[in-house]
Design a protein around this ligand. Structure first.
Ligand SMILES: Nc1nc2c(c(=O)[nH]1)N[C@H]1C(S)=C(S)[C@@H](COP(=O)(O)O)O[C@H]1N2
Ligand SMILES: [Mo]
Length: 438
């Protein structure tokens, strides 16, 4: 189906963009917005999310790097609401509460999906958006200004793929280095809620690379986001970007334009994000604007100073850039959940791994003294998680600790203690979940 916006004159797009910005800023009433603008907006975000409880976006002049794409950066950090019962807000980020996953099914509803924003969510006009590929790994080595471009309708006309995959921050579980192991680490103090599972639909990155003229010289591809430049400790690190080896890029990476059967929500990368199954979340660049394809290895702060393992237990100067996620388990329970003694409760949780599939899940309700197998409720799939349950009949009242540990098909088992690294990545130890028996 031809996209009605693709042939629109530039000044009309600019006019709509300004008008939409005014509306988002509260300077224009909803009935002053064009029907088309409204529909585009409603397609991406639930109407209630924009009308009530949404941070007021400030209309800022787009930077040169994002001109022609960003409609209105939000002044809060997300477009969607972050209700207290679903999220714990941590700076510019929000983690999903595990108790909010109870009963949600295999896929995490997009409204409850965690958000990790280096800055804040940009609202991008899909009609003006183009994916631009350039670099020495493409035929003719196009410079950025001679990039090969694809519009959203062009990507949508290519063969589509759909797959379920979890997306998990490399720092998920980080707070437990301090709370369980008494160790200092830097970074966002996530508990275990920096993970979600979604059904992603899009086009294979390999397909787009082929059409852009990929050559055998290519070694790395580096997608870059259209969100604002990231300033950390007074230093401007530029826009979020992280190289991927071409082998992974060609294997299973998706340029996703749908999440759980809907256009990507603004906060999760609208109109298009990279989705790198099984790898740490930073690989899955949101709001992708361009991809450098290079015949020489690429570097950015996100594969040099960040997202590598530093510290006493690691090679001098740091380990290699992180790729695959590790193995973890979590209970679908609030911290401090209460249980009645003398009754049988069904405990629920989920386990997942970045390598192979989940093999076994065991639960301990006596602080790690004894373990029994949990009943697995899903077929284990690569890049998936397995929901499980186990009955528990507490006898004694007072505080208790629930533990869950998983093993994957590569032979990895969650350890009692995670090997420390300065930035607190890849926490994989068994988490001791505190509850109270009454
Ligand atoms: N452009 C851009 N892409 C990004 C980020 C970002 O801040 N900007 N954060 C990354 C990190 S660290 C993670 S964990 C995931 C989070 O994806 P989500 O917010 O959709 O859950 O997006 C990644 N992609
Ligand atoms: Mo992350």
């Amino acid at each position: 189906m031809p996209d009605p916006d693709s042939a629109r004159p530039q000044d009309e797009i600019a006019y709509d963009r300004g008008r939409l910005g005014q509306w988002l800023d509260g300077d224009a009433r909803a009935d002053g917005v064009s029907r088309r603008g409204m529909l585009a907006l409603l397609a991406a975000v639930p109407a209630a999310g924009l009308v009530a409880g949404t941070p007021r976006p400030a209309v800022a002049a787009p930077t040169a790097a994002t001109a022609g794409a960003v409609v209105a950066p939000v002044s809060g950090t997300t477009v969607k609401p972050l209700p207290e019962e679903w999220f714990r807000v941590l700076g510019t980020n929000a983690e999903t509460r595990w108790e909010a996953l109870r009963g949600t099914g295999y896929h995490t509803p997009s409204e409850r999906f965690f958000v990790r924003n280096h800055t804040s969510t940009p609202v991008i006009d899909a009609a003006g958006w183009r994916l631009r590929l350039w670099g020495s790994g493409l035929r003719g080595s196009p410079a950025p200004e001679r990039a090969v471009e694809f519009s959203l309708p062009e990507l949508r006309r290519m063969p589509a793929v759909t797959r379920s995959a979890f997306l998990e921050c490399a720092g998920n579980g980080r707070s437990h280095y301090a709370s369980q192991q008494g160790q200092e680490v830097s970074g966002t103090a996530w508990t275990l809620g920096a993970i979600g599972m979604a059904r992603w639909r899009g086009v294979r990155l390999s397909e787009v690379l082929r059409r852009a003229g990929l050559t055998h010289r290519a070694v790395d591809v580096m997608p870059r986001g259209l969100d604002a430049e990231f300033v950390s400790g007074g230093e401007n690190l530029g826009r979020v970007r992280r190289p991927l080896p071409v082998a992974k890029a060609l294997h299973d990476v998706i340029l996703a334009y749908e999440m759980n059967g809907e256009p990507l929500p603004y906060d999760h990368g609208y109109p298009v994000r990279v989705l790198v199954p099984s790898w740490i979340g930073i690989s899955s660049v949101k709001w992708v604007g361009d991809i450098e394809v290079s015949a020489t290895p690429l570097y950015s702060p996100w594969n040099t100073d960040l997202y590598r393992l530093f510290g006493a237990a690691h090679p001098e100067g740091g380990g290699p850039p992180l790729g695959r996620q590790t193995v973890k388990s979590a209970f679908e329970l609030a911290a401090g959940a209460r249980f009645r003694a003398g009754r049988t409760h069904l405990l629920h949780g989920r386990s997942w791994t970045g390598a192979g599939t989940i093999r076994a899940v065991e639960v301990s309700t006596d602080g790690g003294g004894s373990w029994r197998a949990a009943r697995q409720l899903d077929v284990a799939r690569p890049g998936g998680w397995v929901r499980w349950s186990v009955p528990w009949r507490p006898r004694r009242t007072g505080p208790a600790e629930l533990l869950a540990r998983a093993a994957d098909s590569t032979g990895r088992v969650q350890p009692a203690e995670s090997v420390h690294n300065d930035q607190g990545y890849l926490f994989d130890a068994v988490v001791r979940h505190p509850v109270t028996v009454r």
